[in-house]
Design a protein around this ligand. Structure first.
Ligand code: ZN
Length: 477
């Protein structure tokens, strides 16, 4: 009797804590909206978790269809966006940390925003992108029924240390899961290796490309060259991008595992759009993608694999994949003065290499502008531009404008790559560079703007000020 009373007291105090945490979070959300403090996607969660550290578990345990977690270096945001759209089309009520705030505080903020003041969730399924380093902290609270790992590339090394360490961290966080489906990118050796950490009460499925047309010849960003088991150098029959490909170890039995979900018949049309056939165990689907690039083929395949274990109509998958535009700033299209402009985010060697390779599939792409800033949000060390392989960028370009705080470094990078110096134009002010580049872009042609994070925000602000973009919103990381 006394025991029951203790449990009851604990339950009640737990509910009160949750209530106070949600109220505090909601007040901060309200205030930041009132004062237009720009989204504020981290602070409400941060404060709420101080009040009730178990808040995430308390809210998500009430989600009828459980939670889905997406982690990995690249592709989290786009994959989550695809999956969210497919699920919504199929009638699910999705709770999603869609602003890309993928630390626990961002997840808590999303949950608070999408709950009643009593902390009762309005959704029936949770879809969370989770930062790799946050996995050990987030997984025990989210207890996902599906986990997907996109890939592991070197990114912000200072924060994560070596890639194997990141892989081990993800591995140990998924190891205790019971009855979960773990979806792994088979083409990434480190990610495929994580299968060993999944216990026998959970399931593993692999996704990857079955493709011979778009083979990367770039040696840039071969982040995982060595077998994680015996240390020998892996042999690649083909690579799709970076170290993603068809690999095997010459000294042990480690090799690319057989695929449960695959993408084939891939056609890329520059950075503008593409088409692909996605195949699961007993079905396949031809899709026209609204985005392009091998990395987006991976994102669409990942989303396809994610939703295939749920109750989803194939038509909803095609529709979402075709109509979905790029996640914030990843690849956006604007029409400025009647000229088409694409804004592409660059942040690491592999991303820039992939964009260069994708642009090379479009013979019409010839007008380029690169914005290189070194503010904190861009990464203050810009030496990564020397690790990127930009050789695939079309040599027949009309011009390459370089601008931003480190415009000179970018111009130098192109000169060293052997681009014609007469075509490289250095303009320090981003606005001036954009105006000049745009006016030199011919009618019916496209201007491609590749920019680091704050450079991208600058361009977007500029376009908003000039009235070219509506509904600009600020992302708070
Ligand atoms: Zn080996």
């Amino acid at each position: 009797m006394k025991l029951n009373q203790t449990a009851l007291t604990r339950d009640i105090s737990g509910e009160i804590m949750k209530f106070l945490a949600v109220i505090a979070g909601k007040i901060i959300i309200l205030l930041s909206r009132l004062f237009k403090a720009g989204g504020g996607s981290a602070l409400p969660g941060l404060v709420a978790l101080r009040i009730d550290p178990r808040l995430i578990a308390k809210i998500t345990s009430k989600l009828k269809h459980g939670t889905i977690v997406i982690t990995g270096t690249n592709g989290k945001t786009t994959t989550a966006k695809y999956a969210a759209e497919i699920l919504r089309e199929s009638g699910y009520k999705v709770v999603h940390n869609r602003t890309g705030s993928n630390l626990v505080r961002g997840i808590a903020s999303a949950l608070i925003e999408q709950s009643t003041i009593f902390g009762r969730t309005r959704g029936d399924i949770g879809l969370f992108e989770v930062d790799e380093a946050t996995m050990p902290n987030a997984i025990p609270q989210l207890k996902p029924k599906i986990v997907l790992v996109t890939n592991l590339f070197r990114d912000q090394l200072d924060r994560y240390g070596e890639l194997d360490t990141t892989a081990r961290m993800i591995g140990s966080s998924i190891a205790p899961l019971q009855g979960a489906m773990v979806l792994l990118n088979a083409d990434d050796p480190l990610v495929a290796w994580l299968a060993r950490d999944v216990n026998e009460r959970s399931r593993v499925a692999f996704f990857g490309l079955d493709e011979a047309r778009y083979i990367s010849t770039s040696r840039a960003s071969m982040d995982s060259k060595d077998c994680i088991i015996c240390g020998s150098e892996l042999q690649f029959d083909r690579r799709f991008y970076g170290h993603l490909g068809l690999y095997s170890c010459p000294n042990c039995d480690f090799k690319r595992p057989p695929l449960d979900f695959e993408a084939h018949n891939i056609y890329l049309h520059g950075v503008k759009n593409s088409s692909v056939t996605l195949r699961g165990s007993d079905k396949s689907l031809d899709v026209a993608l609204g985005l392009s690039g091998t990395y987006n083929v991976y994102n669409s395949l990942a989303a396809y694999a994610l939703v295939s274990t749920l109750d989803v109509d194939e038509r909803n998958i095609s529709m979402a994949l075709t109509n979905s535009d790029a996640a914030f700033g990843r690849m956006e299209r604007f029409v400025v003065n009647g000229k088409e402009t694409y804004l592409l985010l660059i942040k690491n060697p592999i991303g820039l290499t992939q964009i260069a390779e994708t642009l090379s599939t479009d013979s019409e792409a010839r007008n380029f502008m690169l914005v290189l800033n070194d503010n904190f949000a861009d990464g203050t060390d810009i030496s990564w531009i020397w690790d990127a392989d930009i050789s695939a960028l079309p040599r027949h370009s009309n011009f390459i404008y370089t601008t931003g705080i480190r415009a000179g470094d970018m111009a130098l990078r192109f000169k060293y790559e052997g681009f014609e110096t007469g075509k490289i134009v250095l303009v320090e002010t981003i606005d001036d560079a954009f105006e000049q580049a745009l006016s030199r872009t011919g009618d019916g042609e496209t201007l491609y703007v590749l920019a680091t994070y704050t450079g991208m925000l600058h361009i977007r602000n500029y376009l908003t000020r000039k009235g070219f973009v509506e509904g600009f919103w600020k992302e708070v990381a």
